[in-house]
Design a protein around this ligand. Structure first.
Ligand SMILES: Cc1ncc(COP(=O)(O)O)c(C=O)c1O
Length: 411
């Protein structure tokens, strides 16, 4: 390695790409083959019989979730996006209703409200945890508010204890978008179990994956029933199951069904979730220790009485401590072969909101200064703690940071 920065023509710290994210083992492969051999690739039929609830493997996957998170109901779906929509639909969100949500998340956290005909209301976030700021949530509640969508972003629980209280005091549904924080803990409880419903993603990038998929967990029998109706054309079973489903004639069903192959692949991943999280936590702790020497980057804060499971590792860049901008630093890191980027554009910048949702006052960027600053100047995220990466890879990452810091005057 020479000291000349790669962005200026020097040799990169890492000359070949890091190995791609892959947690698929023989267990997942064998399970998929077993399903393929049966020829029954989906267990669902939208009629009033046992197949309304899915097949052998989807039911087994749901059992795994119930066991792992000690909850009464688990409803598998074909993505977390479907799960978020199903959750709000099950909660009865409809036209005229508002859902309070973080603007600093993946698009579906907010579009779920639009899919129900409701309005996402954005509130600014905490500057050090990047989750909903509870005081702002309280100030945003109106008679139209129906639900709070708390996103456990990057792997850290939102302030779920406070949000639970706010939801209870105001008769609101609390939904946890837990796509990024499976098996994180908050005040002794698993994320996903503090909200009325918790939504998990099984997409290809997530800690547990089967390509595409999702699961909604809840302890509420009525919500579970409504979730299953949204998942599988629930209106079709109403004439026969009228007594059981009375009062739920408002539900429009979709096809949000997970296939048997996906469920079979997901099951061993769920059984390995703690092991998969431990890998990330070990590397993240190691990186946080190394970053103590670097004054222009802060390691992630962990909320008191919570654990972080590092779907991504977020760092705050301090432009006042180094003579280059965040964006230039990211370019220089990428040139050194390091996986770093900004996180998402605040959601209210997407034209959909201004065009479709009445341009709600909360879409004004000046109302969201914390998110704006993170987006424009200070946030950096990295997947460097994912399996199969190792401590040696973290060392390379830190070497790249130090290399850039020591030659930053050249940039
Ligand atoms: C916070 C969050 N919510 C929802 C989703 C949507 O997940 P899926 O791709 O399973 O629909 C994602 C996926 O990136 C996410 O990160």
């Amino acid at each position: 390695m020479t000291d000349k920065l790669a962005i200026l023509g020097g040799t990169p710290v890492k000359e070949t790409p890091f190995p791609g994210y892959n947690t698929i083992t023989d267990n997942e492969i064998n399970a998929a083959v077993e399903v393929m051999k049966t020829g029954i690739l989906s267990g669902y039929v939208a009629n009033p019989g046992p197949e309304f609830l899915g097949g052998k493997w989807t039911l087994e996957l749901e059992e795994e979730f119930k066991k792992l998170f000690n909850c009464k109901y688990a409803i598998s779906v074909n993505s977390a996006t479907s799960g978020l929509h199903a959750a709000l639909a099950a909660a009865g969100v409809g036209p005229g209703d508002e859902v309070i949500v973080s603007p600093y998340s993946m698009s579906a956290s907010a579009t779920a409200a639009i899919m129900c005909g409701g309005t996402p209301v954005f509130v600014d976030i905490e500057p050090d945890t990047f989750c909903l700021q509870v005081e702002h949530v309280m100030a945003a509640i109106t008679p139209r508010t129906k639900a709070i969508m708390a996103v456990n972003i990057f792997g850290l629980p939102a302030d779920l204890t406070s949000l639970r209280k706010v939801a209870d005091q105001n008769n609101l549904i609390l939904v946890e978008d837990n796509a990024q924080a499976p098996a994180a803990k908050c005040a002794g409880s698993w994320t996903g179990t503090i909200g009325d419903m918790g939504i998990f993603s099984l997409n290809r990038h997530k800690t547990m994956q089967c390509g595409e998929g999702g699961v909604v967990i809840t302890n509420d029998k009525t919500l579970a029933k409504r979730l299953r109706m949204v998942r599988n054309h629930g209106e079709t079973v109403l004439p026969e199951w009228g007594d059981e489903l009375r009062g739920h004639e408002d539900i429009v069903g979709y096809n949000y069904r997970l296939t048997e192959v996906q469920a079979a692949i997901a099951k061993p991943q769920v059984q390995r979730l703690h092991e998969l999280n431990d890998h990330r936590i070990k590397l993240a702790d190691y990186l946080s220790t190394q970053l103590q020497e670097i004054d222009f980057l802060s390691s992630p804060k962990i909320r008191e009485d919570c654990t972080h499971v590092y779907y991504l590792y977020p760092m705050i860049f301090h432009p006042d401590k180094i003579n280059i901008s965040r964006d230039r630093f990211i370019e220089a890191m990428k040139a050194e072969g390091m996986p770093v980027s900004n996180y998402v554009r605040p959601l209210y910048h997407i034209p959909l909101y201004t065009n479709k949702c009445g341009n709600h006052p909360s879409y004004d960027p000046s109302k969201n200064p914390v998110v704006e600053k993170l987006w424009k100047e200070t946030m950096i995220v990295t997947p460097i703690c994912h399996p199969p990466l190792s401590k040696e890879d973290i060392d390379l990452f830190v070497n790249a940071i130090k290399k850039i810091a020591s030659s930053s005057e050249m940039l």
